[in-house]
Design a protein around this ligand. Structure first.
Ligand code: AHG
Ligand code: MN
Ligand code: MN
Length: 334
C-alpha cells in the first residue's frame, strides 16, 4: 500500500524538536493559522453564491478599497489566533494599529503575528487565486506586559516563522521556521493539509519575470533596462523570458518558487517606495525565498535587514531565483 503523506498537524509536532526547549506554543500558533486558513478556504470557495463579493464601500488604512472578503478573512484570523491565548498581539494590513491581547490567558504569550489576511483582493471578484501571508516574531518587550510597537517593528531576520496560504485551484499552505520550506495541500474531502511539497528549493535560474509592465514608464532607468533585457532575444540565455503577472503577490511568488522566476514591484515616480508592505508582505516572503535558496532585496539591501520604521511601511521589492535577482541588481547598479 502507498505510504500516507504526513499531515500538517503531524509535521508540526514532529518538528517541534527543531527548537530546543520548545514549549509547544509555536506549534499551537501554527495550528491556529492552519484552522483559520481552512475557514477562509470555505468562505472563498462559495464566494460567488453568498453576498461576500465586492467592496465594503470603505477604504482601509492604506487608502485602498477594502473588499468584504478582506474584512472577513481578517476577522477569521484574529478570532482563531486569539482563541488559544498563544499570542500577545497582532498587526494586520486591514487595521491601522496593532491589537493588544492582554486578557489573563495571553499573559505569558511570547509571540506576536503580522498578517496580510487576504492578498490580491482585487482578484476575488473574478475568481482568481488570492492568498494569506503571515509572519511570526518573538516579542522583545517583557512577557506579562502589553505588547508594544517595537515588538512589531523588528527586522525580518528576527522572524521565528513565516508562510502563506494560496487559495488556488487547490489550497496550499507553505511555511518555514528557518529549517527549509515545506508545502502542504488541503485534501478537501477530509479537510486535512498533507505534505505535498517537502523541502522546497527555488530553482537558481528561471525564465519567468513578473512585474506590472503597465507601470514601465514610471520605473527607474535600471528597472526599465532590466525589463528590456528580459524581453530581448538571446537563444543562449533563453530570452525572451515569459511574462507572468497575476496581480496576487502570493500566487506570483508561489509560481516562481516552484518554477524559478523573478517578481518585482519597484519604486515608481508616483510610488516612491513601491506598493508592497515590508512587515506583512515582503519580510515573510523574503524569509521563504532565502530558506529555499532565493534572494529578496529592495534593490539596495537585503529585505530582512531593513529596520522597519512603521507598521505599514512600503518598500521596493525584488524577489526570486538567485541568479535572476542578481542579474536584475546588476542593471539597477548601473
Ligand atoms: P493586497 O490585495 O493585499 O492589497 O495586495 C495587493 C498587492 C499584491 O498582491 C499584488 O502583487 C499587487 O498588489 C498588485 O498591484 P498592481 O495592481 O499595482 O500591479
Ligand atoms: Mn497584499
Ligand atoms: Mn491584503
Amino acid at each position: 500500500m502507498q505510504e500516507r503523506p504526513q499531515t500538517l498537524g503531524e509535521f508540526i509536532i514532529d518538528h517541534q524538536r527543531d527548537f530546543p526547549y520548545a514549549s509547544g506554543e509555536l506549534s499551537q500558533l501554527l495550528s491556529s493559522i492552519r484552522l483559520a486558513s481552512k475557514i477562509v478556504t470555505r468562505e472563498i470557495r462559495k464566494a460567488g453564491l453568498t453576498d461576500i463579493l465586492g467592496s465594503n464601500e470603505v477604504e482601509n488604512v492604506q487608502g485602498e478599497t477594502q473588499m468584504k472578503l478582506d474584512d472577513i478573512a481578517n476577522e477569521i484570523f484574529i478570532k482563531a489566533l486569539k482563541a488559544r491565548g498563544i499570542i500577545c498581539g497582532l498587526a494586520s494590513e486591514e487595521m491601522e494599529d496593532f491589537i493588544i491581547f492582554d486578557e489573563e490567558k495571553h499573559k505569558d504569550s511570547k509571540y506576536c503575528v503580522m498578517i496580510d489576511p487576504l492578498d490580491g483582493s482585487s482578484n476575488i471578484d473574478v475568481n482568481v487565486s488570492v492568498g494569506t501571508i503571515f509572519s511570526i516574531y518573538r516579542r522583545i518587550s517583557p512577557q506579562g506586559e502589553a505588547v508594544r510597537l517595537e515588538d512589531f517593528l523588528q527586522p525580518g531576520r528576527n522572524q521565528v516563522a513565516a508562510g502563506y496560504v494560496v487559495y488556488g485551484s487547490s489550497t496550499m499552505l507553505v511555511y518555514t521556521t528557518g529549517h527549509g520550506v515545506n508545502g502542504f495541500t488541503l485534501e478537501p474531502s477530509i479537510g486535512t493539509f498533507q505534505l505535498s511539497h517537502p523541502n522546497l528549493r527555488m530553482p537558481e535560474d528561471g525564465k519567468i519575470y513578473s512585474v506590472n509592465t503597465g507601470n514601465y514608464l514610471k520605473f527607474p532607468d535600471g528597472v526599465k533596462a532590466y525589463i528590456d533585457y528580459c524581453q530581448d532575444v538571446d537563444a543562449a540565455t533563453g530570452r525572451p523570458y515569459t511574462g507572468r503577472y497575476i496581480g496576487s503577490l502570493v500566487s506570483d511568488f508561489h509560481r516562481n518558487l516552484l518554477k524559478g522566476g523573478i517578481y518585482f514591484y519597484p519604486q515608481g515616480t508616483n510610488a516612491p517606495n513601491g506598493k508592497l508592505r515590508l512587515t506583512y508582505e515582503c519580510n515573510p516572503l523574503a524569509f521563504l525565498a532565502e530558506q529555499s535558496g532565493g534572494i529578496a532585496t529592495d534593490g539596495k539591501q537585503r529585505i530582512m535587514d531593513i529596520e522597519p520604521q512603521e507598521l505599514h511601511q512600503r518598500v521596493p521589492f525584488f524577489v526570486g531565483s538567485k541568479n535572476m535577482v542578481e542579474k536584475a541588481m546588476e542593471f539597477l547598479g548601473e
